[in-house]
Design a binder for this molecule. Structure first.
Ligand SMILES: [Zn+2]
Length: 250
């Protein structure tokens, strides 16, 4: 996962090289002259204010991206907001320049790679979380939380437990991750960190893009660990190598 791809602004001729989610190979580039922008009505009204400065300007924009893979060429509808900020000119002087921040892209590129073994329902929730990343961080965190519940189902952690009085009680996500952690401390601890973020989102607390990128980075790792047993595989390979070479020495 390359974090800068998801925080970068775009300009009239360039967007970050997101990997195309259709062919999973080509990078998205901006279609020449496709970015169209306009100042918002509110922003136009602000011009009469005596304190007005160019950095008060707010834009909305639409643009087209295209996958560069010759046999794919998928088009991407991009939209968002923008403004004017200080930038360094060609001769090192400070000047005002337009910038644009994507709020939506359709189809939405994947923020993290998902293992082939990722169950479809977990994948669907995570794809929804990618689409909400720019426009609604709290809702994005909420989709990650739902994906965690579905992941717990997939690995066989029960949703209910019989209490001491013989009554069936629903287990919350915290309790389910605790159960999972008993058998896999490392991955369980990482899942618990993601659960806290989902809590913040659903209780209306602010979730920053940095928080979400941290979560996606942990998630990318932990999904491979749980679904692909990456550490186990590497340990097996290491063991095989060690055995082979230690035998040679003898
Ligand atoms: Zn493509």
């Amino acid at each position: 996962m390359k974090r800068s791809l998801w925080t970068a602004s775009i300009d009239t001729f360039r967007c970050p090289p997101w990997v195309c989610p259709v062919c999973n190979t080509g990078a998205v580039t901006m279609v020449k002259d496709s970015l169209v922008f306009a100042e918002t009505a509110e922003s136009l009204r602000w011009h009469i204010d005596e304190n007005w400065d160019p950095d008060w300007i707010q834009y909305t924009f639409t643009a087209w991206g295209q996958c560069q893979h010759s046999s794919c060429n998928q088009r991407f509808a991009i939209s968002g907001t923008g403004g004017v900020g200080p930038e360094v000119g060609e001769e090192g002087e400070m000047q005002w320049g337009d910038y644009f921040l994507p709020a939506a892209c359709h189809p939405m590129p994947s923020i993290i790679g998902l293992p082939d073994k990722c169950p479809d329902n977990v994948k669907r929730e995570l794809e929804s979380s990618f689409a909400l990343f720019w426009s609604h961080p709290e809702a994005c965190a909420g989709r990650i939380r739902v994906a965690l519940e579905l992941l717990m189902d997939h690995v066989g952690v029960p949703r209910e437990k019989t209490d001491s009085k013989g009554k069936e009680r629903l287990l919350d996500l915290h309790a389910r991750i605790d159960l999972y952690t008993a058998g896999n401390v490392e991955a369980g601890t990482q899942l618990m960190a993601l659960k806290w973020l989902g809590n913040a989102g659903s209780h209306g607390n602010a979730v920053s893009k940095t928080d979400l990128l941290d979560a996606f980075e942990v998630l990318e790792h932990v999904l491979l660990e749980i679904l692909d047993k990456r550490s186990e595989k590497v340990a097996m390979l290491a063991k095989k190598l060690t055995e082979k070479h230690s035998k040679k020495k003898k």
